[in-house]
Design a protein around this ligand. Structure first.
Ligand code: ADP
Ligand code: MG
Length: 622
């Protein structure tokens, strides 16, 4: 069935529009979409150019910005006005980056050390958000040019370790670029999605994502269950990547040409040429076993085996991070079912081999490693757009989800407009002694009484061992996974008995239905509230009567004659009040009965009563 996107605020249908996936990388950025015909994710590129846009912004003397390959040309010749690695500055204060201040060849402002950093170019100041927005604008324009349609909605990826400030900064950069950022997705999650991991299995699975890019290394251990991606641990080195590989080769060439650091520092052209030579050599050695060329009249030959020796320390560093990530996740290597390779540098065969050897299994490397994150973002975008028919995914739950508690009340576990995936658990208990079963009825809607809501499912939790009322602890857990499926689990925690059910909350609901349900809840809000209060009061009163009766049957002989008479009178008064539609009267009678019983109840402490008087109860299984 097709997903219907509903604007909760207006109740209107949302226009279908292409949502793009964006990998906003430290070194390279790119856009991907799900191809409308092939339904496969593809990275967008013009003709036969690369899909990668270098994450570099150059400002000319007038302050005009250019982004990408053109800007990259200025890295060596005009470093003060060429901003690279802006992603490293996202959501950071100068204090955060001062240890690595030398890394930046442009001016990072150090004024008030706790406020967010700015970059100075000429007499202008740019925040990392603005700098990132230039890159995003370029990507947006590119996409619009290729797709020949406006692009206003995007899913953008960020490293798993990004904190809230950095995620918000990324969102803001999107907004500034004219993009509505529908979701921020973790890069390792996107990469896993691109491999189809976690999309069509209910089984739990553990994945390691190894991401070696241009300047950063990240390893993430993910757990996927019911389509929910949980990051178990992350590790890495924010200053380790392909650039370091290039630097090692540059040093090697400098040795060969007998060049000193000072000679190189004085010759920007030579510096740039050597860097390009190193990168060309490295890339060639990913597919050939030897690299041969001439450079300024001298012949150069680098064998793969030599190169592999050269970079072994880098490989070892990444594996140490992997080891730590596994330890932090509290698992063993054997528990990892899939290893996903991400980042241009994982093209290096020695790295692939070392990672595969470390994890003791073949790695997933069939998807282009520098596109895989963007491709996964496109998969996520497509699910959000509702084009992916295998999923029933809503960004938020349009209606509340809950269960029926005593007196036919709706107890909401997941309120409407909750972001999904989401998981909520709540404890309930029994209302009768020795109650062995519990009926879990799942409802959807905004009304206070379940009879006014929509019943989704019902199941019985059976086999609860005999216990006094109020003692069993039944945890009801609602999980709405990324594809909109609700899984309800009920588990009695003392005995471990468990039962679960799966439902599609939106199944068969049209947008008009949802709208009507919301309207009804508003129209009846006041009546509902009063009714809920009355039902709650009645339930409370009935419970108290039951408990008191039980107490008397056990401990009557511990009470004085007066206490017995007063209790009987108060019980009768409460019984009568319950039959009337006045919650205040019921509360008053509850209070009176409590006042009479408190002194002797304290005398004859019975914890079961104390426990039972707290917590919500569910009616016995029918
Ligand atoms: P980021 O995620 O940091 O933006 P990428 O994933 O785009 O970075 O990776 C960029 C790095 O990948 C660069 O250092 C680049 O030189 C390296 N790279 C690209 N292709 C190859 C290749 N064929 N062999 C080795 N390294 C490569
Ligand atoms: Mg990357």
């Amino acid at each position: 069935m097709a997903k219907i996107a509903i604007n909760i605020a207006t109740g209107s249908l949302q226009q279908a529009e292409m949502i793009v996936g964006i990998d906003l990388g430290t070194t390279n950025s790119l856009v991907a979409i799900i191809h409308p015909e092939s339904k496969q994710p593809v990275a967008l590129k013009e003709h036969d150019s690369s899909s990668l846009v270098p994450s570099v912004v150059h400002f000319d003397s007038l302050g005009n910005a250019t982004v990408g390959e053109t800007a990259k040309q200025y890295l060596v010749s005009d470093p003060a006005n060429t901003i690279f690695s802006a992603k490293r500055l996202m959501g950071k204060s100068y204090n955060d980056i001062k240890q690595n201040a030398n890394f930046f060849t442009y001016k990072v402002i150090d004024d008030d050390t706790e406020s967010l950093v700015k970059v100075q170019v000429g007499d202008k100041f740019y925040s990392p958000i603005e700098l990132s927005s230039f890159i995003l604008k370029e990507l947006k324009q590119r996409a619009e040019h290729i797709l020949k349609t406006p692009v206003t909605k995007a899913v953008i990826t960020v490293p798993a370790y990004f904190n809230d400030a950095q995620r918000q900064a990324t969102r803001d950069a999107g907004k500034l670029a004219g993009l509505d950022v529908l979701r921020i997705v973790n890069e390792p999650t996107a990469a896993s999605l691109a491999y189809g991991l976690g999309t069509n299995t209910a089984d739990a699975s553990t994945i390691a994502v190894y991401d070696l890019g241009g300047g950063t290394f990240d390893v993430s251990i993910l757990n996927i269950e019911n389509g929910v991606f949980e990051v178990l641990s992350t590790n890495g080195d924010t200053y380790l990547g392909g650039d370091d590989v290039d630097r090692l080769l540059v040093h090697h060439f400098m040795e060969q040409f007998e060049l000193s650091d000072t000679e190189l520092a004085g010759d920007k052209m030579l510096t740039q040429e050597l860097r390009l030579l190193a990168e060309a050599c490295k890339k060639a050695l990913s597919s050939n076993t030897v690299f041969e060329t001439t450079f300024r009249g001298e012949s150069i030959r680098v064998e793969r085996s030599f190169f592999e020796q050269l970079i072994q320390p880098i490989i070892d560093k990444t594996l140490a991070c992997c080891k730590q990530a596994i330890a932090d996740a509290g698992i063993t290597i054997a528990a990892i079912e899939h290893v996903v390779m991400v980042g241009g540098s994982t093209r290096i065969p020695a790295i692939k081999a070392a990672v595969s050897n470390f994890f003791q299994k073949p790695v997933n490397d069939t998807v282009n490693p520098d596109e895989v994150v963007a491709l996964g973002a496109a998969v996520q975008a497509d699910i959000l757009a509702g084009n992916n028919k295998d999923f029933l995914l809503l960004d938020i739950t349009p209606l509340s989800l809950g269960i029926e508690t005593m007196g036919g009340l709706m107890d909401v576990l997941i309120p409407r407009n909750s972001k999904i995936p989401t998981k909520v658990g709540r404890q309930y208990t029994t209302s009768k002694d020795g109650q062995s079963g519990m009926r879990i009825s799942v409802y959807q809607g905004e009304r206070d009484m379940v009879k006014d809501n929509r019943k989704l499912a019902e199941f019985n939790l059976t086999g609860i061992p005999a216990m006094p009322a109020g003692l069993p602890k039944v945890e009801v857990c609602f999980l709405v996974n990324a594809d909109g499926i609700l899984v309800v689990t009920a588990k009695e925690l003392r005995s471990g008995v468990e039962q679960s059910i799966e439902v599609k909350p939106q199944y068969g609901l049209t947008d008009a239905d949802v709208e009507q349900m919301l309207l009804d809840s508003i129209t009846h809000a006041k009546d509902d509230m009063q009714l809920r209060a009355l039902v709650e009061a009645r339930t409370e009163g009935e419970q108290l009567l039951g408990q008191t009766e039980k107490f008397l049957s056990k401990h009557a002989n511990a009470l004085t004659q007066d206490e017995l008479l007063n209790t009987a009178a108060a019980m009768q008064a409460l019984q009568l009040a319950i039959t009337m539609d006045d919650k205040d009267l019921i509360h008053q009678k509850i209070e009176q009965l409590n006042e009479i019983s408190r002194p002797y109840a304290e005398r004859v402490m019975d914890t079961a009563i104390a426990v039972a008087m707290k917590g919500k109860t569910i009616e016995e299984e029918l």
